[in-house]
Design a protein around this ligand. Sequence first.
Ligand code: NAP
Length: 284
Amino acid sequence: MKVFVIGIGLIGGSMALDIKTFHPEVKIYGIDNNESHLAEALALGVVDSGASFDDLINADFVIVSVPVDVALTVLPRVLDVIGDNTIVFEVGSTKMPICEAVSNHPKRRNFIATHPIAGTEFSGPSAAIKGLFQGKTNIICEVEKTTFKLQERALRLFTAMGMRIRYMDPKSHDKHIAYVSHLSHISAFMLGKTVINKEKDEQDIFDMAGSGFESTVRLAKSSPAMWTPIFKQNRKQVMKTLEEYISNLSKFKELLEKEDYDAIYNEMHSVNKIKEILNGMKAP
Ligand code: NAP
């Protein structure tokens, strides 16, 4: 079996490592416009060989794991050159623009739109982790548009990686993910900005920052090259979540101004139920 990974970074690289673990006989080819990432992926054994788009005609699986703006042009190019039995999946953090970009492509039935909800704040092949997708959710959109036989092959692969599958339409995906992922990143970036702007002496931050600050601001280490096109593609939904978030922040500030500590207590108490929600998400 020949698997091609286009964009051999955190997500593509982690998938390559998993596939190598349970199918050591599979040959993994990497395509990346970043020469040093490709060299690193080869040196780390994440891929077996470099390749080009001309080689895709021989592919069994193609994983497209590039930033979401790049996916809009790369994905149709991939579908243009693959064979009839090749399955192509793409892992971007937005789904509507990507599904629309290939909706009328003659090879649309070879494509499966996915979003594995797994990752870290790091990028590139050195960030790839074996087992990253274990116990995580994979959102699949418009599954009915993919040939049944190819769907089954892709599902076997996702299940072997340990992922739970959720089916969703692209619009619902982009709406929900704006709350649980896109807003969290903006919140971390702006928290980091607020602290950096005020604490010009970075040593003070290191001396006083505890694990609470570190875990809350962790996502601010994420790649702007990956996140700018996500915010661009999901602008409307992200703006809506930001309005709600800003309104909640303003209300909290008003309560502090009014010294209404009962209301502040109740606000936090009602949000404590997030504990049960998060514990529920971890259930097998
Ligand atoms: P990454 O580590 O930065 O890897 C992406 C790779 O694609 C990089 O090597 C990048 O090179 C390369 N690339 C950029 N343009 C390309 C092109 N035209 N042709 C070939 N390769 C190209 O990013 P990632 O975190 O794996 O994210 C990949 C996709 O997964 C994104 O669509 C993202 O939305 C999605 N995703 C990410 C996470 C997460 O937590 N990170 C989770 C779920 C889904 P350069 O670095 O030089 O641009």
